[in-house]
Design a protein around this ligand. Structure first.
Ligand code: C2E
Ligand code: CA
Ligand code: CA
Length: 703
């Protein structure tokens, strides 16, 4: 604690000397110079009144009967008020021992007898000034310490060369440290999670020779954590290197807590703990900036519980609140958290779930690659929310309707996205609740088609909306059907008949193509089985194989299984591969082809001429058939270049022992050209469009 002396206008000098004459002269001189004087002949007496009088200076004789000057001086130093009071000892001239003892006893200065009375007042005033400064210093230091302890600020000094750390009392108080017990009172209490960060910050201050400030946590006990704010400054030597650090630490735990409280109140919904509208808007705006910069898609889902009002009205608000909390938890379980520690089942776009108010929730999904990912989340939510809730011993059922808007298709600002999602949510409700609806008014046709296709395509497989059409492959000279190519069609309930060119690239992109290929192969083989059983003479069935399907290890297995299942002779199955497939991963490709070949399956290269492969390159693959792409056939009778290429292709193919099929033959002139140049087979509208299975038998003469 601080001790405070009341300031006197006239300084009081206590004169202690058994010599009456000295006391008299001292009083005379000092009083004339403006000092107050109190004197006594005895050391004992001086001590008994010292604290009460509290003089500003003591003029003390060394040699006295009873207590001598040294003893009196030491005793004064032990009192609270006398710790810093200037004591001027009167010693004998040349009495070096006394001078030394006076120093040991804590005297401030000495003056030799006989005393020069002219000088004495000056001596006294010099000493008082010095002591005044000392006192001011001490007071300001005490004041500082007091202020620091009030503000919970501790200060420290760290000598980097010696490693010594000096700390103010408050540092120990703040960190609940027993002074001296700790190796490093600054670093030791730091929370282990912040340790590295604190060390780095300090190292940064040293290296950059500049002040740093940072907040960190300390651990007082296993569970008590406090937050400190540190200001660290550097002290440099002449060379400009950091030799010492000085710093303050301040306990800002309460402030942090208050800030956090304010943040919670301002940004979170008190009932569910979810972010509120304000927070959601802020985050959405930020996410939009990111999405715009990185050309990403972003979705806003707007959810409204179906029939929530009924629960609230019939079961009370308490139950309603519990229900909202449970729904909030389930929503969080349906989306990937905004961190990288998400569990596998929470995969999908990065997200933020918020409660707008009432029974309305919004979810933002960022970084979307395919609309399908959004649809997946929406379906997951519909499913999760619709499970029964057990509230107050009762099972409660609710469902939700979801409206979805997409950036950049539907809107580009946070509020427009939310508004459009809200609009779509109403549509979803109108369509019977417990469903999701995409906002589509402003969507441009292409993006919309893609999104619709994508959402429908998954359903198509499950609902068996695909069918296979068949196009005959004909012998050019005799017109006999020698083979049939299976071509997939999508007869969508929603979209009508969809051409492969419209949905296959998308299926490839979203990984559905393999399933489609497999389905087509199985379906076509079953159909062939049926035709053969009905007495139609055997012919080659050509099936298209996508690159992805070909690269799949199960291709062989799959072909074997289908052939076994349908009892089709492998020699009747022809797989059509494209150049791209053959060009990639040559070694593995060759192995697969050889294995297929061993089974007896026929292999064709499709769309030949559109890729980069040369005929000589084809030598390394065990192929049976080459199909000349229809872009060459289209102009063979008018464009000499196409004619020449087709001609050369046919000849080269024959030298490689490959059969040739010309694709896309539409006119008799084209056919005539092909016959003339010994192209043995053709396919095209001239003979027939691809047809549904029931139209196939008519290609074969009845026996
Ligand atoms: P592709 O393998 O070249 O099949 C021949 C395409 O040419 C078919 O188109 C057929 O209808 C069309 N075509 C036939 N004759 C003529 C003609 O004289 N003139 C014109 N302009 N076109 C003719 P489609 O059925 O639309 O199929 C397009 C492509 O989709 C196919 O080209 C094939 O690459 C792919 N595809 C079809 N079904 C499947 C399948 O089950 N799996 C895989 N992976 N791809 C398939
Ligand atoms: Ca084909
Ligand atoms: Ca083709």
């Amino acid at each position: 604690m601080m001790t405070r002396k009341t300031k006197r206008i006239t300084p009081l000098v206590m004169v202690v000397d058994d010599d009456h004459a000295v006391r008299l002269l001292a009083r005379e001189t000092l009083e004339t110079s403006g000092y107050a004087v109190w004197d006594t002949e005895s050391g004992e007496h001086a001590l008994t009144v010292f604290e009460e009088r509290s003089p500003d200076l003591v003029l003390l004789d060394v040699m006295m009967p009873g207590l001598d000057g040294f003893t009196v001086c030491s005793a004064i130093r032990k009192t609270i008020t006398g710790r810093d009071t200037p004591v001027l000892m009167m010693t004998g001239l040349d009495d070096l021992d006394s001078i030394d003892s006076a120093y040991q006893a804590g005297a401030t200065d000495f003056i030799t007898k006989p005393i020069n009375w002219h000088i004495l007042p000056y001596r006294v005033s010099y000493m008082l000034r010095a002591s005044g400064m000392l006192e001011q210093l001490r007071e300001s230091r005490e004041g500082l310490a007091h202020a620091q302890s009030l503000a919970h600020i501790g200060s420290w000094e760290w000598d980097l060369s010696s490693g010594d750390i000096r700390c103010s009392e408050e540092v120990y108080n703040l960190c609940c440290l027993d002074g001296g017990k700790f190796g490093n009172p600054i670093l030791d209490p730091v929370h282990h999670l912040d340790r590295g960060f604190v060390e780095n910050s300090i190292e940064q201050a040293i290296a950059q020779r500049s002040p740093v400030s940072f907040d960190y946590r300390i651990l007082l006990s296993e569970s008590v954590e406090r937050t400190l704010h540190a200001e660290v400054a550097t002290v440099l030597d002449e060379a400009g290197d950091t030799v010492c650090l000085t710093g303050t630490i301040q306990d800002i735990t309460e402030r942090k807590r208050a800030e956090e409280q304010i943040r919670l109140l301002a940004y979170y919904d008190a009932l569910t703990g979810l972010p509120n509208r304000r927070f959601f808007m802020q985050q959405l705006e930020q996410a939009l900036v990111y999405a715009n910069r990185n050309d990403r898609m972003l979705a806003v889902l707007f959810l409204d519980l179906d029939r929530f009002k009924l629960v609230n009205d019939t079961m009370g608000h308490g139950v309603g609140d519990r229900l909202l909390q449970d729904v909030a938890d389930r929503l969080l379980g349906c989306v990937r958290k905004n961190d990288c520690l998400s569990r596998a089942e929470q995969d999908g776009p990065v997200s933020l779930v918020s409660r707008l108010g009432g029974d309305e929730f919004t979810i933002m999904l960022c970084d979307i690659e395919h609309f399908q990912d959004v649809a997946k989340v929406a379906r997951r939510i519909l499913e999760a929310v619709s499970h029964p809730y057990s509230l107050e011993g009762q099972e409660v059922f609710v469902s939700t309707s979801i409206g979805i808007s997409l950036y950049p298709y539907d809107a580009c600002t946070a509020s427009d996205l939310i508004r459009n999602a809200d609009g779509a949510m109403y549509q979803a409700k109108e369509q019977g609740r417990n469903g999701y609806q995409i906002y589509d008014e402003s969507m441009n046709a292409k993006a919309l088609e893609r999104i619709i296709l994508e959402s429908q395509l998954h359903k198509a497989l499950k609902d068996e909306e695909f069918i296979v059409y068949y196009q005959p492959q004909v012998a050019s000279d005799t017109g006999t059907v020698v083979g049939i190519e299976a071509l997939v069609r999508w007869n969508s309930k929603e979209l009508g008949m969809v051409e492969p060119g419209r949905f296959l690239p998308l299926a490839e992109e979203i990984g559905l193509i393999i399933q489609i290929d497999q389905w087509v192969m199985r379906q076509a083989c079953r159909q062939l089985r049926a035709w053969l059983d009905a007495g139609i003479p055997p012919f080659t069935l050509a099936v298209n194989i996508s690159g992805q399907h070909f690269m799949k290890n199960e291709l062989l297995e799959h072909v074997t299984a289908i052939l076994d299942e349908t009892g089709i002779d492998p020699g009747l199955l022809e797989l059509e591969l494209t150049e791209g497939v053959l060009m990639a991963h040559t070694e593995r490709t060759v192995k697969t082809l050889i294995a297929l070949k061993r089974m007896g399956v026929r292999l064709a290269i499709d769309d030949f001429g559109t890729g980069f492969s040369s005929l000589s390159y084809l030598k390394r693959f065990p192929l049976d058939v080459l199909k000349i792409d229809r872009t060459f056939i289209k102009d063979i009778t008018t464009d000499p270049d196409d004619a020449a290429i087709t001609l050369a292709t046919i000849e080269m193919a024959h030298t490689l022992k490959l059969e040739v099929i010309a694709e896309g033959v539409e006119t008799p002139e084209q056919l005539e050209f092909l016959v003339r140049h010994r192209c043995e087979h053709y396919q095209g509208y001239l003979f027939s469009l691809p047809v549904p299975p029931e139209d196939v038998p008519r290609f074969f003469p009845r026996r």
